[in-house]
Write a protein that binds this ligand. Structure first.
Ligand code: HAM
Length: 424
């Protein structure tokens, strides 16, 4: 049954979804620009996959028993009977794309970055939306430990731009064999302590014992004081891999802390898992890990090792220092264009186009007619120079450049305007 909506309800964005405009629009754009710039510098190339994917890719990849798949996916059945979902995360879709386009035959590993909206039907609250934005990195086709460190490093650099104090939490689940043996060990441990666990966690013993490790339940927390750790259960190759990751992180001066309870809520992880944390509430601004078994669980006939992360853009921008991420288009203009009279207004497009061709940022308010009004806008915005274009100037093919602070001005031919301005 669908709930009846009043007109007032219908004139609001769907629950957990929102509009971006003004500062929220530009800071999001600025974040993606900065993230892309840093990712490209470290050798990542951009990729965009559809917002919809086949349901089975997500349920097999992320795992049927995870919260994301069992409770939070938006499902769509098409008229042709295809079962699609609004992507709740990016990694499964990127892996699907890697396989579909035979990227395995490209030079390995393949470094990819992506960004955009993701969808989870969660209870909305501060920093949690039903449509949220991620910037992600994935390195596919190699299991080398240095790639875990590069991923963590690049995510850290992007987050540092926020001006926040970022901490990295880190753990290892070991390779697939270790992870499975560890899950069995946990099951046995929790079965022994079943009655001491919280009710929700008792029900998780068989389906998802790893999730009990980071339980918020006070009773379960007590049980967890003596729980075996995954690091204590590693085999030699897994232990070697983790040691190397730590050595690379030390060399890159990344402050990290090992958290034995960090398991993350997606089933595809093996070896390294990590999260970026800030503030007292220890809110996760992003997280990721290695997923060497994902391709095969999705049905591919070959293993494709991979490591990646997703940064939560909404959360980062909610906590970042104001102005931390400014897009290029918002870098403040040094010139305000003022026009007076019909001839000048008509010729304004020409002047603005000359400035744009010379990449000179300019603001204007072409809908206004009055000189004092336009000057006061320029003053309010603290723009240092005005370009004044009146009837006389339009006839003589001249403009006036006015220094707003000194209140001095010079006339200059339109043909020389761009060069003159660049000298200023
Ligand atoms: P995730 O931890 O599920 O990982 O999501 C990454 C980040 O997205 C979270 O740390 C959080 O900041 C943000 N996020 C998640 N859900 C919401 C929400 N409802 N509202 C606002 N922000 C949210 C992944 O999605 C993996 N695909 C990351 C990855 C890539 N692992 C390997 N490669």
């Amino acid at each position: 049954m669908t709930a009846q909506k009043t007109t007032k309800d219908l004139l609001q964005a769907p629950k957990g979804m929102r509009d971006f405009f003004h500062d929220s629009f530009y800071s999001k754009q600025g974040f993606f620009e900065k993230a892309e710039e840093i990712a490209r510098y470290y050798g990542f190339q951009g990729i965009e996959t559809p917002v919809l994917e086949h349901e089975a890719i997500l349920s097999k990849g992320v795992g049927d028993d995870t919260d994301i798949v069992s409770k939070e996916m938006y499902r769509i059945e098409t008229q042709g009977g295809d079962r699609l979902v609004l992507r709740p995360e990016g990694t499964a879709g990127i892996m699907r794309s890697y396989i579909e386009h035979g990227m395995g035959s490209w030079p390995q590993p393949v470094f990819l970055y992506y960004g955009g909206p993701f969808f989870r039907h969660e209870k909305p609250q501060k920093g949690r939306y039903r449509q949220f934005y991620q910037f992600g990195l994935e390195i596919l086709g190699s299991d080398k430990a240095v790639l875990d460190a590069i991923t963590i490093h690049v995510g850290y650099l992007i987050l540092k731009e926020s001006g926040l104090d970022i901490r990295v939490k880190l753990n290892t689940l070991g390779d697939l064999e270790v992870r499975q043996a560890y899950e069995a060990k946990l099951k046995a441990f929790y079965q022994e302590h079943q009655k001491e666990l919280g009710a929700l966690d008792q029900a998780r013993i068989d389906s998802n014992p790893l999730r009990i490790l980071d339980s918020k339940d006070e009773q379960s927390k007590k049980v967890n004081e003596d729980v075996p750790t995954s690091i204590g259960s590693l085999n030699e190759t897994s232990s070697e891999h983790f040691k190397k990751v730590l050595e690379y992180l030390d060399a890159a001066h990344i402050p990290y802390e090992i958290d034995h309870a960090l398991v993350r809520g997606l089933d595809y992880y093996v070896h390294t898992v990590f999260e970026y944390i800030c503030g007292e509430e220890s809110l996760a601004l992003g997280g990721g890990g290695r997923y060497d078994g994902l391709a095969q669980t999705m049905g591919h006939n070959k293993a494709v090792p991979g490591i990646g992360l997703g940064l939560g853009v909404d959360r980062i921008l909610e906590y970042a220092q104001p102005g931390a991420y400014t897009p290029k288009t918002q870098e403040s203009a040094q010139f305000f264009f003022i026009q007076l009279g019909f001839e000048a207004k008509a010729k304004s497009f020409e002047i603005i186009e000359i400035l744009r061709e010379h990449e000179i940022a300019v603001e204007h308010s072409l809908a206004k007619n009055n000189l004092a009004m336009q000057l006061s806008i320029a003053e309010e915005k603290n723009i240092p120079y005005a370009i004044i274009f009146g009837q006389k100037e339009a006839l003589d093919n001249m403009v006036i450049i006015r220094d707003m602070k000194k209140r001095s001005q010079t006339s200059i031919a339109i043909a020389d305007m761009a060069e003159y301005i660049k000298q200023l």
